[in-house]
Design a protein around this ligand. Structure first.
Ligand code: ADP
Ligand code: ADP
Ligand code: ZN
Length: 214
């Protein structure tokens, strides 16, 4: 099964994608993570993307479509792919449709995760991740069981994204409504859209997604 998790920054896409990976053995295709890896590795793409990402604007369609196209050639996607943060524009959605057709893959569902703006800002500003395994945490909603130690891997190092501040987040929300929210209508018209309440507790959202994609 191949699905898209669609929603604004902070909606919980990454959190739910990781749960699906652990439970169902699917792979998470996060263009945000792939771009951050390119920035950390200092590649040409990383150099082009860095300032754009810090400001909360979108990297060009050409770059992200290229990254996803390469990623879909790896054999692990055969077990099911979760698109997290891609597509984000209508051009990316059209490109994804062509890529999937080319590679003999189907799109089974698009799950829209709804959440209100105030909650999104609070989630993003309080977000941090394990520097070692990438597990996501939140200063209020999801602290590690043992303070300062990752639940998943025991690491004691954590990271906070440079774009997870109020100013960049205001712009990211604007960009979401302008460029990405039209995809809700697009996938609705194609008959593949399901919506879940992303404001509920993490476990409740997991259950709603399971229902939506069944
Ligand atoms: P996205 O990938 O959509 O940007 P994340 O999954 O990283 O969002 O979640 C953003 C922040 O909100 C993280 O700190 C995460 O721990 C927290 N979070 C995710 N889902 C929920 C939820 N249902 N309730 C409360 N906090 C959540
Ligand atoms: P979020 O928490 O907002 O869901 P992501 O990790 O998905 O964040 O993305 C971080 C940044 O990476 C975005 O603000 C944007 O600059 C860039 N980015 C990620 N995915 C895409 C995409 N599909 N198209 C364009 N830019 C992207
Ligand atoms: Zn960890």
């Amino acid at each position: 099964m191949n699905i898209i998790l669609l929603g604004p920054p902070g909606a919980g896409k990454g959190t739910q994608a990781r749960i699906l990976v652990d439970r169902d053995g699917m792979v998470q295709l996060s263009t945000g993570d792939m771009l951050r890896e390119a920035v950390a590795a200092g590649t040409e793409i990383g150099r082009q993307a860095k300032a754009v990402m810090d400001a909360g604007d979108l990297v060009t369609d050409e770059i992200v479509i290229g990254i996803i196209s390469d990623r879909l050639d790896r054999p692990d996607v055969k077990g099911g792919a979760i698109f997290d943060g891609f597509p984000r524009t209508l051009a990316q959605a059209d490109a994804l449709q062509s890529l999937l057709a080319e590679k003999g893959m189907a799109l089974d569902a698009v799950v829209e995760m709804r959440c209100d703006d105030e909650e999104l800002i609070e989630r993003v500003v309080g977000r941090f991740t394990c520097a070692h395994c990438g597990e996501g945490y939140h200063a209020t909603y999801k602290m590690p069981d043992k303070e300062g130690v990752c639940d998943k891997c025991g690491s004691t190092e954590f990271k906070h994204r440079p774009d997870d501040n109020r100013e960049a987040m205001q712009n990211r929300l604007l960009v979401y409504y302008k460029e990405t929210s039209p995809l809700i209508g697009y996938y609705h018209a194609k008959g593949s859209l399901k919506s879940v309440d992303g404001t509920a507790a993490i476990d409740t959202v997991t259950a709603s997604i399971a229902d939506a994609i069944r």
